[in-house]
Every structure is written in C-alpha cells, then in structure tokens.
Design a protein around this ligand. Structure first.
Ligand SMILES: Nc1ncnc2c1ncn2[C@@H]1O[C@H](COP(=O)(O)OP(=O)(O)OP(=O)(O)O)[C@@H](O)[C@H]1O
Ligand SMILES: [Mg+2]
Length: 315
C-alpha cells in the first residue's frame, strides 16, 4: 500500500486563515501545524472551543483547503478523493437523510463501498449491534434521539472497513454506556491495526485510550506526546489510622507534605518523596503504632496538564 512506509496522516507547516468579514481582523485558525501519525496509533486531539480542531479535520478530509502548507492522508495529498476510499469520518455536526431507517442508510453506503448480499447484511447487523442501535434498526432516523444519531454516525463511518477513522468528538451527547461502547470500538480498531484520530473534550476518555495526544491552542500545537510522557508521577499518598496527629512521626524532611484528617484517619500526601524514603516513613508509622490502610502513587491527570498548559500559554 502506498502509505505503508509513510505516516497515515502527515501535515507540513499547515496554516489556515478564514477569509474575514468586512471590518473584521484576520484571525488564523491554524498556524504552522506539523503532525505525523503512524499506522495503528490512537491519537487524541485536544483544544479549547475554537482552538482549530475541526478546521484541521476538515483539511485532512479535503472539505476545506489550507491557506498554506500541505500534507498527506493515507498516502494521498489532502483533497485527493482516493484518500477517502479507506477513510471513516464522523463530522462534528452530521446531517443525515432522516426519512431513511438506519438499515436503509447503511445499505446505500455499503453498496457505495461495493458490498452486496449476505456480506452487506451481516456488516449492517454487526455495526448496529456494536453501536447499540439493533432495536432501532427499522426506525426512521427522524425519530432518533441526539445520542442515537451520534451512534449512527459511528456506524456509518465504519461501513467501508476503513484503515483510518477520523472522528470529530465521537462521544459528544452520548450516555455513559454508549461512551464505553464507543471507546471499545476505538480500541478494537487499534487492535486490528487501524489508525484512529479523534478530537474530544472528555479528557479522562482521551487519557484512557490514546497512545499519543496533541494539544492545540489558537491554532498552534502547544504540546504533543504519549500519555506517559505528559502525565508524570506526582508523589504518593498514604492513609493511616489508629494514631493521633501528635504521634505522627516527623514529616518535615520529606518536602511539601500535607496531612488531612478524615473521620479517624489521616491522609498524608508526599509530593516529593522517593520510594525508599516512603518505605522508611511507613516503618516509622508502624513503630508508632499506626495502621496503614492504603498507599498509592499519584499521577497528574491529563486534565490537570491540559488546564496548566493552556493557562501558561495564555499568560
Ligand atoms: N467557516 C468559518 N469561517 C470563519 N471562521 C471560522 C469558520 N470555521 C471556524 N472558524 C474559526 O476558526 C477557529 C477554529 O474553529 P474550529 O471550529 O476549528 O474550532 P474547534 O477547535 O473545532 O472548536 P470546538 O471545540 O468548539 O469544536 C475559530 O476561531 C472559529 O471562529
Ligand atoms: Mg470542533
């Protein structure tokens, strides 16, 4: 395949400025954006409202054109319709012909992908089941709820067995069960060595399934990395009981520790302690007669990193 030795998505110094209205200022939506996404990756794309996520996705798909810069999708230049053959796309605000049922709609799309007969029937059944729409398969889509339409959006994107899926906020408007279903669909795609590029505002979700994330702000990529690279360890927390504050062994030498009382227990936080020091401290606690209920290492959440980064860049 053409892109086998290349990146599935590659952008080179991509810039986009929408033509401003009369009297309005030129406001770039994308600035010098360079991305390289490998086959088999799940890439989460984050940014505040208006940061430029949908703009990038529309350029990748070929719906709009960059002001400058270029790039490839599945080995073809942006806008080349051949790139769409193995692409599954969920738009941010999809529109469907809602006088059709989900089955009828998927049947038409399947035929466009040259699926026929039993193969097509099985595919439609499997997709409706996966997206939780089996019981609504013969309902006209005008009767669908917002979440049902969103689930359908995922199903329609997968009908052509795509190599790459690009989902603009796939779990927007979905209930927790549906969100979990969609997460599992994305993980299944990865396990089949497909590539997933998605934007989302639900950072816990992005953290749980992405291999890498990119964060954009005002059109600029301000951070990119694996989840491990972005979310560093931020100390330990232990919960102890059977002791009073006065008997707690000396904490001063362990950095910015803090103690919080909850019922009869104490939660002691150690943002700067290392493993050996922690074990020493726990031994001191036991010697002082305390009972250790739990000890856990704390990691910075993607949400904390995101908020910190965005605020930093705004200052
Ligand atoms: N068709 C358009 N014409 C003019 N400006 C636009 C157009 N579409 C988007 N913009 C502007 O481009 C910038 C980026 O918008 P974009 O839709 O890409 O953001 P986003 O990151 O997808 O936001 P959200 O999280 O709200 O979906 C915004 O300042 C927006 O006002
Ligand atoms: Mg958007």
């Amino acid at each position: 395949m053409l892109y086998e030795n290349q990146f599935v998505i590659e952008t080179n110094s991509l810039c986009k400025t929408y033509y401003p209205g009369i009297g309005e200022q030129n406001k770039p939506a994308l600035v010098d954006l360079n991305l390289k996404i490998k086959k088999g990756e799940i890439y989460g794309f984050l940014g505040q409202n208006g940061a430029g996520k949908t703009t990038l996705i529309k350029i990748l798909i070929g719906l709009i054109f960059p002001t400058s810069g270029n790039g490839n999708l599945l080995g073809y230049r942006f806008g080349d319709i051949r790139s769409r053959q193995k692409l599954g796309y969920l738009p941010e605000s999809p529109y469907y012909h809602t006088f059709l049922t989900a089955t009828e709609y998927l049947d038409i799309l399947g035929k466009l992908h040259k699926l026929t007969g039993k193969q097509l029937k099985n595919k439609i059944y499997m997709l409706l089941e996966k997206t939780g729409l089996k019981d609504a398969s013969d309902l006209k889509m005008r009767e669908f709820s917002k979440g049902m339409l969103q689930r359908f959006g995922i199903a329609q994107a997968l009908i052509g067995d795509p190599e790459l899926v690009i989902f603009d906020e796939p779990t927007s408007g979905l209930d927790p069960i549906a969100r979990k279903d969609i997460r599992n669909i994305l993980i299944d795609l990865k396990n089949d060595n497909k590539t997933v590029f998605f934007s989302s505002h639900i950072l816990s979700e992005v953290e749980s399934i992405s291999d890498r994330v990119g964060i954009i702000q005002k059109g600029k990529l301000i951070k990119e990395g694996t989840i491990q690279e972005l979310t560093s360890l931020s100390g330990y927390e232990i919960r102890v009981t059977n002791i009073d504050t006065l008997s707690l062994p000396q904490l001063r030498s362990y950095g910015n520790t803090s103690v919080q009382k909850i019922d009869k227990d104490f939660i002691i936080s150690f943002p700067e302690i290392d493993n050996n020091e922690l074990i020493n401290y726990m031994n001191l606690l036991v010697k002082a007669g305390a009972r250790i209920i739990s000890a856990e290492c704390k990691k910075e959440r993607l949400e904390d990193i995101f908020v910190k980064l965005v605020k930093e860049k705004e200052e």
